[in-house]
Ligand binder design. Structure first.
Ligand SMILES: Nc1ncnc2c1ncn2[C@@H]1O[C@H](COP(=O)(O)OP(=O)(O)OP(=O)(O)O)[C@@H](O)[C@H]1O
Ligand SMILES: [Mg+2]
Length: 305
């Protein structure tokens, strides 16, 4: 038996599991403490501790699809869960997180907010009535932050709907006296910027794609210490970093899927470690965008394109 010294002590036990169990472990959903994600959480914590004042600061968390915005919000919610007080019978919800409705219609926004508060309100209620209910509930439930994810969905609306939606955001930002956090893509940032008052209020925090730097090195190194492979991987070489970036464009979700894929392959093939060769097989099944990219580079290498 080996002691799997290349893994962190807490993860060594998994390396001894059967192949199928290890593959399931690799594919399971988990939170990884990436630098940018940790910084974003720290910023959210900071906002949550902000004393109430007339103009509360607002934050826009933006970045490409798959960069981990929703993941960060979910983690923040887990860190600050709602609690039911048996004595008073009141649920307190320090952080309220909702998704943008499919269309930026004012009434749907308030319906989503009511659903996030666990209080599905009158479906056919007029917007102003729903607004009042939301306002009252947010107060009684002690909400100290409101998060709206997928804010770029507002771009699906007509110009007029978008203006109305920006008014709703402005109302929420001004009236609730809690920090408002919006998450979305860069297009959402541009849309918010079209409203001068909101542009003034929102601070923007971007989740950047990985580049060939210390953060990526650290991410790969930390993956190498938790993946339940039985032999040490060589993920810290420049060649591996370059290849990973080539295949993923530095997008977090694609990096995770890529490493997940090669780790599973390392178990199936019995190689039991990830090395530069792991990334050179033609059998890598990757998300579409990455695959297109690979084909393009391959064609370019062959002088076809
Ligand atoms: N900190 C993290 N820990 C673990 N996995 C992560 C982390 N960040 C991102 N991921 C992986 O990336 C995937 C996509 O993340 P997420 O859904 O949060 O992206 P997003 O920025 O919200 O994208 P979209 O704009 O499309 O909604 C997650 O399902 C997860 O697999
Ligand atoms: Mg998301």
């Amino acid at each position: 038996m080996t002691d799997y010294a290349h893994l962190l002590p807490a993860y060594r036990g998994y390396a001894a599991l059967a192949d199928a169990e290890r593959i399931a472990w690799i594919r399971a959903d988990r939170w990884l403490d990436l630098d940018q994600a940790r910084m974003a959480l720290a910023r959210l914590d900071d906002l949550l501790a902000y004393p109430p004042r007339d103009r509360m600061p607002c934050l826009l968390l933006y970045g490409d699809t798959g960069m981990g915005k929703t993941k960060i919000i979910r983690k923040f919610l887990r860190d600050h869960p709602a609690r039911f007080d048996m004595g008073t019978g009141v649920t307190s919800m320090p952080v309220v997180a909702m998704q943008m409705p499919a269309e930026p219609v004012e009434r749907d926004v308030y319906s989503e907010l009511l659903a996030a508060l666990g209080a599905p309100g009158p479906i056919d209620g007029a917007a102003h009535r729903q607004k009042e209910i939301c306002r009252g509930l947010l107060r009684t439930m002690g909400a100290r932050m409101l998060i709206i994810d997928e804010i770029h969905a507002m771009l699906a609306g007509s110009f007029r709907q978008q203006r109305i939606f920006l008014n709703v955001i402005r109302f929420l930002a001004n009236d609730l006296r809690v920090p408002l956090v919006c998450a979305g893509t860069d297009l959402a940032r541009q849309a918010l910027l079209t409203d001068p008052q909101l542009a003034e209020r929102f601070e923007a925090l971007q989740l950047r794609r990985s580049t060939n730097d210390g953060h990526l090195t650290q991410l790969l190194a930390s993956l190498a210490t938790i993946l339940p492979l039985r032999r040490p991987s060589a993920l810290e070489t420049t060649a591996v970093r370059k290849r990973v970036l080539e295949l993923t464009g530095g997008v977090t979700v694609r990096i995770f899927r890529l490493i997940e894929t090669v780790a599973v392959e390392a178990i199936r093939s019995g190689v039991e470690c990830i090395n530069p060769d792991s990334f050179d097989t033609d059998e890598l099944v990757l998300p579409l965008v990455a695959m297109t990219r690979t084909v393009e580079t391959r064609l370019q290498r062959r002088g076809v394109a």
